[in-house]
Design a protein around this ligand. Structure first.
Ligand code: IMP
Ligand code: MG
Length: 173
């Protein structure tokens, strides 16, 4: 266990209200459609679970796992595909679910890989976005909370695999 200090940033209640708002926007935008949710592991597992339970249009769910090399709190921009989705993508309305967009390079890689498979549409929903390190050009379509900087853990997000189980989001010192 690390002995890093955590301070509460976004409470369970705040997260729940953002999730409800995002689900309402998605339900409105995808009325009469069927969504193929592509959850990006591992960080978004709680967000996906909470969000899909509030989506009222038909949904299928698959998962992808990417890893970016770098230091503990900064990514290098080299993004490796560790696990691909198994469902066919062609002609489907894809919705990528991410935990957090930082440099945006993971998102660029994902977007390029999935667009090559000819989906009908491809949108991105992220719980958090950090604005200070943006390098990539892919923009999320649905954003829960926008923050400027800082490293956060909890609600699926980790630091060296710790803290994913916390119900709220904390700033790591
Ligand atoms: P990007 O490619 O720089 O946008 O990095 C995105 C990925 O880095 C996210 O999906 C997270 O897995 C991880 N990440 C970025 N910032 C944080 C953070 O503050 N806490 C935990 N993980 C983070
Ligand atoms: Mg992630």
């Amino acid at each position: 266990m690390s002995d890093a200090k955590l301070s509460l940033l976004y409470s369970q209640e705040r997260i729940a209200s953002e999730v409800a708002r995002l689900a309402a926007e998605i339900n409105r935008d995808y009325a009469d459609r069927e969504i193929l949710v592509v959850g990006i592991l591992k960080g978004s597992f709680l967000f996906i679970a909470d969000l899909v339970r509030q989506i009222t249009v038909p949904v299928t769910i698959d998962f992808m796992r990417l890893a970016s090399y770098g230091t503990e709190t900064q990514s290098s921009g080299i993004v490796e595909l560790r696990k691909d989705i198994e469902l066919p993508v062609q002609g489907k309305d894809l919705l990528i679910i991410e935990d957090i967009v930082d440099s945006g390079l993971t998102l660029d890689t994902l977007y390029t890989k999935l667009m090559q498979r000819n989906p009908r549409s491809l949108k991105i929903c992220t719980l958090l976005e950090k604005t200070c390190n943006r390098e990539g050009s892919t923009k999320p379509d649905y954003v829960g909370i926008s923050m400027e900087s800082g490293f956060v853990v909890g609600y699926g997000l980790d630091f060296n695999e710790e803290y994913r189980q916390l119900a709220s989001i904390y700033l790591l010192d």
